[in-house]
Design a protein around this ligand. Structure first.
Ligand code: DGL
Length: 265
C-alpha cells in the first residue's frame, strides 16, 4: 500500500473538475492539486512556454512526494505529456477531448467540440479527428477559460460567450457538445440552460479518473487513506498562492462535487 498523494495540475482552476472526479472515484487516496493560475490561460502562450510551465508544475508535485501525476489539462497534455512521460519515472495520466465517446452516440447530428486553440491545432487532436471526427465541429473557445479564471461560471457574460461560440452551429442538428477543456466542466449548468435539452454534454473527467485507478492498480501504487473525508484528502496549491485564489479553489471543488453524475457522487 502506498499512501503518498497523487499530484494533479492544470493551468488554473479547470483541473479541479477532474480532481473532484478522481477524489470521488478513489476514496482511499490523498491528492495535491496545483493550479498554475499565475500563467493561466495556457492557451495564450507558446508551446515552449506551456512545456516549461508544465515541467515546473510536475517538479512541484514530485517535490510534494506525489506517486503519480494527472495532467488535468487538455492543452498541457497536447504540448507536454509525451515529454513529461520521457523525463519522469512515475505514472503520468493525461487528458484528451472526449471525442471518441461522443462519436459513439447513436443519434444523428453534429458533435460540437469546445477547446482551446492550442489543443485544437496540435497533432493529438488531429489524430482524434481522423479517428472519431466524422460529425465533429471544433470550436476554439479561449474566452471561456478567462471567464472561469475570473470567477464567472454563470450569468450574462457566460451566456453571451456561449451564444457567441455555439449559436452559429445550432441551426443544424446537434447531438452533443464535447467539453474539451477542463475549465468548461464548470459551465455545465450554464450550458444546460442555454442548449436544447436533447443535446448531450460530454467531458473526459470520469474516464481520466478510471484510467488513474487502473494505472495505480497496475503499478501497485493504490493507497489506504481509510476513506477519510474528501475535504481532508485534498490539498490545494496555486502559483498565485493568495487567500482569494485558494478560497475560489475550494468553492469550485464543492461545485464540481455537486455536478458529479449520480454514479460518481
Ligand atoms: N484547463 C485547460 C484545458 O483543459 C485550459 C487551458 C488554458 O489555460 O488555456 O485545456
Amino acid at each position: 500500500m502506498d499512501n503518498r498523494p497523487i499530484g494533479v495540475f492544470d493551468s488554473g482552476f479547470g483541473g479541479i473538475s477532474v480532481l473532484a472526479s478522481a477524489a470521488s472515484a478513489l476514496p482511499e487516496e490523498r491528492f495535491v492539486y496545483l493550479g498554475d493560475n499565475l500563467h493561466a490561460p495556457y492557451g495564450a502562450h507558446t508551446e515552449d512556454e506551456i512545456m516549461n510551465y508544465s515541467r515546473a508544475c510536475a517538479r512541484y508535485l514530485i517535490a510534494s512526494d506525489c506517486k503519480a501525476i494527472v495532467i488535468a489539462c487538455n492543452t498541457a497534455t497536447s504540448v507536454a505529456a509525451a515529454a513529461l512521460r520521457e523525463e519522469i519515472d512515475m505514472p503520468i495520466i493525461a487528458m484528451e477531448p472526449a471525442l471518441k465517446p461522443a462519436s459513439m452516440i447513436e443519434s444523428d447530428g453534429l458533435v460540437l467540440v469546445l477547446a482551446t486553440e492550442v489543443t485544437l491545432k496540435l497533432d493529438k487532436f488531429k489524430q482524434l479527428m481522423d479517428n472519431y471526427g466524422k460529425d465533429a465541429v471544433p470550436i476554439p473557445a479561449p474566452k471561456l477559460v478567462e471567464a472561469i479564471e475570473a470567477g464567472l461560471w454563470e450569468g450574462a457574460r457566460v451566456r453571451a460567450l456561449l451564444h457567441e461560440y455555439l449559436a452559429p452551429h445550432l441551426h443544424k442538428p446537434v447531438k452533443a457538445v464535447v467539453l474539451g477543456c477542463t475549465h468548461y466542466v464548470f459551465l455545465k449548468q450554464a450550458l444546460r440552460k442555454y442548449l436544447p435539452a436533447h443535446i448531450l454534454l460530454i467531458d473526459g473527467n470520469e474516464g481520466t479518473a478510471r484510467q488513474l485507478k487502473t494505472r495505480l492498480r497496475q503499478e501497485n501504487l493504490l493507497g489506504g487513506a481509510g476513506g477519510a473525508d474528501i475535504t481532508t484528502r485534498v490539498m490545494f496549491h496555486s502559483t498565485k498562492n493568495d487567500a482569494k485564489t485558494l478560497k475560489r479553489m475550494q468553492a469550485l471543488f464543492d461545485l464540481a462535487l455537486n455536478q458529479l453524475p449520480d454514479n460518481q457522487a
